[in-house]
Design a protein. Sequence first.
Length: 195
Amino acid sequence: MLRTGLGIVPLTVPIILGARHAGRVSGRIGLDATIALAFAFVGCGLLGLSTSGTQTSYIAYAAWLVVTGTGVALALPTLSGAIAGALPPEQAGVGAGLQATTREFGSALGVAVIGTVLTARFAAALPPDIRAGHSPHTVAEALASTAPDRATEVITAFVSGADAGLRAIGVTVVVLGGLVVLQSVLSRRRGPVAG
């Protein structure tokens, strides 16, 4: 457990060190470009993590965590500032509540998608004799139902499932980022709405 926690520390480093600089980046390249950059970093980081199989070095894995963390460091303060700046001061509480709700909803949705894809891919990637006998849905169930010398096959199936889940979320983030950029471009072309 401790090794796992320490293993994902590179994800937090850009968030801790870089989030305070997001406002400067946004001021220099613009709000829309910063948000697009955040989506690109998070999406590419997740896609990179999805290629990190059991043979990948920890350095490569950590590098993709840093890429993902950089996107998060750009996104959180930039989006918070955009929400706060779009509302009058007397509605700041509404904006903070809306932001917290959408962040929690997005997190829950992301976990649900990754979990569903991971479980389906894991079960499908298990050798047929392991899958047929017990229909395991967790690594623990699969390991308990097999001989110890077949643990590598179960771990390989799990990694395949995790990669598929990360790939699904990575592609989703990149596509949504593209839609945000497209919406921004289209709204600029239309110009300001007459009041």
